[in-house]
Structures are given as structure tokens and as C-alpha cells.
Ligand binder design. Structure first.
Ligand SMILES: [Zn+2]
Length: 365
């Protein structure tokens, strides 16, 4: 049988239905779909491929999903290391962003991030940053799937002056990309402490109307909780519950400060948690109670955060400790109504060629 592509690898790791390394296996691809996964010898006898890739010392596996990053921050890598979050944001990152961020900055930073992600095996990412059109353009050109965050923050930046302008510009970004095969959008209010309740209500309404996720830093550090208690008499999650924002639509990033009742809330509302262990360690933010969340059947996925709070953007690091759980965050393998399923479909092998993500679900059946 004549097919488009045969990938002959030392190992093929399909991840689902189980994480198992198949020795000397081949992936047969035709018309953008995996048609069979079989031993290399059998594949050579059965298929005549127009293109054959010999990967004698490689493992082929589905692409990683990095659910939380700020791609353009690659250009801030190493800026102000070893500081706690609020000092790092207030005195270093936000001033640097006011000074340097521009469309060109975001294009260049995102392009560097795209290279780094592809080299690390990441093929889909969730982003939150200024000038989101630029990041979307870079992702589309690189053949990466992306959920582009429509950032909202109450502070002025080179992208917008106030929440109303962030929202209206974000809606324009959504309209521009809504039919693109690789790009999806999500509202990305920075956090409960940087976006007013009025803006959060509007975001929640728009997210329901457009049926897109809400991607937000939440319960990242202790002082965030303390300030919320001082200003509102409530913890941030309680505020979001009262605003109607706890739902399957929410991708809550970090979640290092959780009481037992909040883990139960996360499960009750089926919110999704983006766990960013390296960022949490670098900023000494705390530890996300991942095992307890998983025990409560909360969907937990891995993110790197921006390069400035991680210094690398490899979703692979630590991935194997997470193999089955983080695989749940991959929309192609999780046919539910979770917001993460709104990630764009996997690109066909013709656009990804050798990216390991080009294994569509057919191969895993
Ligand atoms: Zn972040």
C-alpha cells in the first residue's frame, strides 16, 4: 500500500491507552492521519512510503502541551532573578514591560519561544501577554497550536490603557483568529488582584457568550491571599465563586495556596489547574498540592510560565512524572467539554513534518 510517510523509530511511546515504549516501531501516516502503528519490519513489508524517516536512536511520542506561558518574555530571561513575586513584578517586570514591550518585542520574543518549545517537544501552548496578535502570528507561522490569551489588567501598558481598552482590543483579536485552524483564544485577566470586579464580570459574560476559556493566575502567593482578606474580607477563590467565575471554563494558574475547602471547590466546579512547578520554585511562591487535587479528580496540567520566572520553557522536564495526568490536558485525548478541549486541533503531518506531535488520536486507539 502506498502512503505518504513512514516514521521508523527506535521507540514509539503512544502514551495512551498506556505509557509503554514500543521497541522498533513505525508510525504510518497518510492524508494527514496516522493509519497504523506497527513493528518496523512489518511496516516495511506492508507500506511503500513516499517519505521515510529513519530515527534509529529516537523516541517518538505525542507533543507536549504547555498550558501556561508568556512567550514573548523570552527576552526577559534572567531579568531580576531570585526575588519574591510582588517585588519582582512591581519593581522589575512591570517597569521593564512599560519601557520595552512593543509589537516587535512580542514578535521576536515569541519567535524565540516558538523555537525553544519546538525543540523541547511542545506543540501546543496557552499564552498570556500584550500584543497577542503578534504571538498568534508567530505560532501560526511556526505550525504550533496556541490558545492566545486576551490579556486584561487594570494598569496601562503599551498594548492598552485600561480594562475597557484591553477588552475591546481582545475582542478584535478573537474575531481575527476565530476561524484559524491552529489558533484559539481565551480571556486572560491577569489575576484577581490586578483586575477589578467590574471587568471580571464583563469577562465572565463575554467568555460565556463566545464560549472560550478564562486563563488567570490564581492563589499564586501568600501575600495575594492576605491582601484579598484585607481588601475584601475574602480569599480570592471565594470572590471568584461569588462572581460566578469558578467553572470548567477556568484555567487557574499556580494555585499554591489552597485550603482543603478550596480543593473541594476546585473539584465541585471542575476548574482546571495549570501547575507551574519551576516558576513556583524560582519565585518561592509555594507548592501546589497536586496530589490532593488529582485525588479529588481535578484536572491538572503543566505549564512553564514565562522565561523570566523559569529561565527555560521546556514542558518536558518532569513530564514523565506526570505522563498520564498531564496527558489529560491534551484536547485530542480528552473529549469532554472542558475549556482545554477548545484548543485547536492538531495540525496535519504535512505541516508538522517531523514534530513528534503529529501523532493524531487514531494511532493511539
Ligand atoms: Zn504567569
Amino acid at each position: 500500500m502506498i502512503i505518504d510517510t513512514l516514521i521508523c523509530a527506535r521507540w514509539v511511546i503512544p502514551v495512551e491507552p498506556e505509557v509503554k515504549a514500543l521497541d522498533h516501531h513505525a508510525v504510518a501516516v497518510d492524508n494527514g492521519r496516522i493509519v497504523e502503528l506497527l513493528p518496523v519490519e512489518d511496516a516495511r513489508a506492508k507500506y511503500q512510503a513516499r517519505e521515510i524517516h529513519e530515527l534509529d536512536s529516537h523516541a517518538v511520542l505525542p507533543g507536549f502541551v504547555n498550558v501556561h506561558t508568556h512567550a514573548a518574555m523570552t527576552l526577559f530571561r534572567g531579568l531580576s532573578d531570585d526575588l519574591p513575586l510582588m517585588e519582582w513584578l512591581n519593581h522589575h517586570i512591570w517597569p521593564a514591560e512599560m519601557k520595552w514591550v512593543s509589537p516587535r518585542f512580542v514578535t521576536d520574543g515569541s519567535a524565540l519561544a516558538a523555537v525553544e518549545m519546538i525543540r523541547g517537544g511542545t506543540t501546543c501552548f496557552g499564552d498570556m501577554y500584550f500584543f497577542p496578535n503578534q504571538t498568534a502570528e508567530v505560532a501560526a507561522e511556526a505550525g504550533l497550536r496556541a490558545v492566545i490569551g486576551l490579556i486584561v489588567i487594570d494598569f496601562p501598558s503599551p498594548w492598552a490603557q485600561d480594562a475597557a481598552e484591553y477588552l475591546s482590543k481582545g475582542l478584535e483579536v478573537h474575531d481575527r483568529w476565530k476561524h484559524h485552524p491552529l489558533i484559539r483564544t481565551a480571556f486572560a485577566p491577569h489575576s484577581p488582584y490586578t483586575v477589578s470586579e467590574n471587568a471580571l464580570r464583563r469577562i465572565n459574560t463575554y467568555a460565556e457568550e463566545l464560549d472560550i476559556p478564562i486563563h488567570m493566575h490564581l492563589h499564586e502567593v501568600e501575600i495575594e491571599i492576605e491582601q484579598s482578606m484585607e481588601q475584601h474580607g475574602k480569599r480570592p477563590m471565594q470572590r471568584l465563586e461569588e462572581l460566578g467565575m469558578l467553572s470548567e471554563r477556568l484555567i487557574a494558574v499556580h494555585m499554591t495556596q489552597l485550603e482543603q475547602g478550596e480543593i473541594a471547590l476546585a473539584a465541585k466546579y471542575r476548574i482546571n489547574v495549570a501547575h507551574c512547578p519551576e516558576s513556583n520554585l524560582k519565585l518561592a511562591s509555594g507548592f501546589c498540592p497536586v496530589q490532593e487535587l488529582l485525588n479529588s479528580d481535578v484536572n491538572v496540567a503543566l505549564g512553564t510560565d514565562g522565561a523570566a520566572s523559569n529561565n527555560r520553557r521546556s514542558a518536558a522536564r518532569g513530564h514523565w512524572d506526570w505522563k498520564r495526568r498531564s496527558a489529560r490536558s491534551c484536547p485530542a485525548r480528552r473529549p469532554t467539554s472542558s475549556p482545554l478541549t477548545s484548543m485547536p486541533p492538531r495540525p496535519s503531518p504535512s505541516t508538522t513534518r517531523f514534530r513528534r506531535s503529529s501523532i493524531p488520536p487514531a494511532a493511539r486507539r
